[in-house]
Design a protein around this ligand. Structure first.
Ligand SMILES: C[S@@+](CC[C@H](N)C(=O)[O-])C[C@H]1O[C@@H](n2cnc3c(N)ncnc32)[C@H](O)[C@@H]1O
Length: 227
């Protein structure tokens, strides 16, 4: 056998503060003898039956609308758009990652329908907007003073690794096959590419979105606010 076992993280993260492998059981079992909390953000049904949702432990037993309101109070000035003219199965991944980074809104451009499986229910906590075409989302960006940054490895793009991203930013991604449309690139202040070193022409759009969102986080997010 080659290799060494991966080292265990020394501290506990936001999804492992409790010992239960999938969420928490009823309040009475988790905290015997401690009265039910009465704050309005707690959901009586979850307190009664347990909370098995994919949420960080800080939101255990919270009502869905209270979680959304709490994230709303500290959402980033980052918007994501993904072109969906051929029904891209990566959108679920993009939505889940956007939720993790407290993105303001994910804009779906083109077809309204998208495969929600990859979102793992995170779409309930994430603002989503649909736009019929690229012009509609770039108009939205202008009206909301967001700088459009297209993300693709097309001619004229600049390396994401060294680019300074605007804080009020709409990162716009293309889809498998065609990539970002020419119209989107024309409307963008710049196009950024992710450095590659192997044989493939491109990486998965969901992965590219995660890398680009994290590049924005490294430049603009307050890491003291992270879980
Ligand atoms: C699978 S790519 C398809 C287009 C790609 N230009 C090509 O020639 O194969 C789908 C989307 O993922 C993103 N993407 C993939 N690889 C990328 C890279 N190296 N740099 C920036 N974006 C990338 C872009 O948003 C792109 O529109």
């Amino acid at each position: 056998m080659s290799g060494e076992p991966a080292e265990q993280s020394p501290g506990r993260g936001p999804t492992e503060w409790f010992d239960h492998p999938v969420g928490v059981g009823p309040w009475g079992e988790e905290y015997p003898g401690i009265p039910l909390p009465e704050d309005a953000h707690f959901d009586p049904e979850l307190l009664e039956n347990g909370d098995r949702r994919n949420v960080v432990d800080g939101y255990r037993y919270w009502r869905l609308e209270s979680i959304v309101a709490d994230i709303d109070a500290r959402r980033h000035k980052l918007h994501i758009a993904i072109e969906n003219f051929e029904n891209d199965s990566n959108i679920g991944t993009v939505v889940r990652t956007a939720n993790a980074f407290a993105v303001d809104t994910v804009h779906i451009v083109g077809r309204k329908r998208w495969n929600r499986r990859g979102a793992m229910v995170t779409d309930r906590y994430q603002h989503l907007m649909h736009h019929v075409d690229t012009e509609s989302v770039t108009d939205y960006a202008r009206e909301h003073e967001l700088t459009v940054v297209a993300v693709d490895n097309t001619p004229g793009s600049v390396p994401l690794e060294t680019a300074r991203l605007p804080e009020r930013c709409l990162l716009l991604f293309g889809q498998e096959g065609p990539g970002v449309t020419a119209q989107a690139q024309d409307a963008a202040a710049l196009t950024v590419s992710i450095a590659q070193f192997g044989s493939t022409r491109s990486i998965n759009a969901g992965v590219a979105a995660g890398i680009a969102m994290h590049a924005w986080v490294r430049q603009h997010a307050d890491l003291g606010d992270a879980w």
